[in-house]
Design a protein around this ligand. Sequence first.
Ligand code: HEC
Length: 214
Amino acid sequence: MSSDNHSHLEQGAASDESIQQVHERLQHQKPEKPEGNPQYPLVLLGIMCAAIFFGSVYLAHYSSRFDPLIYNENQKPVKQAASGPVITPAMLGKRVYVANCMTCHQANGAGVAGVYPPLAGSEWVLEPQHEKHMIAIVLHGLNGPITVKGNTYNNAMTPFGGILRDDQIANVLTYIRSEWGNNASAITPEQVAALRAELGARGPWTVDQLNTLK
Ligand code: HEC
């Protein structure tokens, strides 16, 4: 009985000792502190911040709002590049048309009978005496009756002078004057700028008012 007790005690002592040894060994294996330069993560963070900052500045500078026509930062600002697509004012104007005019005047420029007048074949778009009128309509809008290709419309067109730049208006007018079989000369941004300055801020035109505009 007593010898049994003794051996139990010894066993306990022995296992305590061995546990201590194991712990000691484990403690020795564990490195005291992480190896390497403790400032390394900070430096890495700094480099990443700098990279993100550089990336943002680079995108702000070169993305051109991701316009697919000018996404290429290396594209030379020449009109006739030896290779690659040539971007004409009418091509740019088509984009303005699709975004701003197409819902009413339609993709084929034919308008909607009785509601939206056609631009294809319209005397207001093609005839020289209406050139200023056409620009003025887009700048300030139009109210009341208007006759286009023999049909009378009595509706309202919203002004675009506040949302489109001179070059955008020139481009869209160049587009509608050269599309759908239309064949009239281009409108320049200078023409639009001059008329904008001449007319100042004003509300929508009526046809009677337009006819006083020479
Ligand atoms: C909300 C519909 C609507 C939009 C958008 C619109 N128009 Fe019009 N447009 C009209 C209506 C309606 C008239 C005729 C107004 C009237 O009856 O007094 C008109 C008249 C015209 C005229 C003179 C008449 C003709 O058919 O030739 C031109 C030119 C014209 N629009 C060009 C444009 C251009 C360019 C844009 C885009 C920048 C545009 N419009 C956007 C509805 C619209």
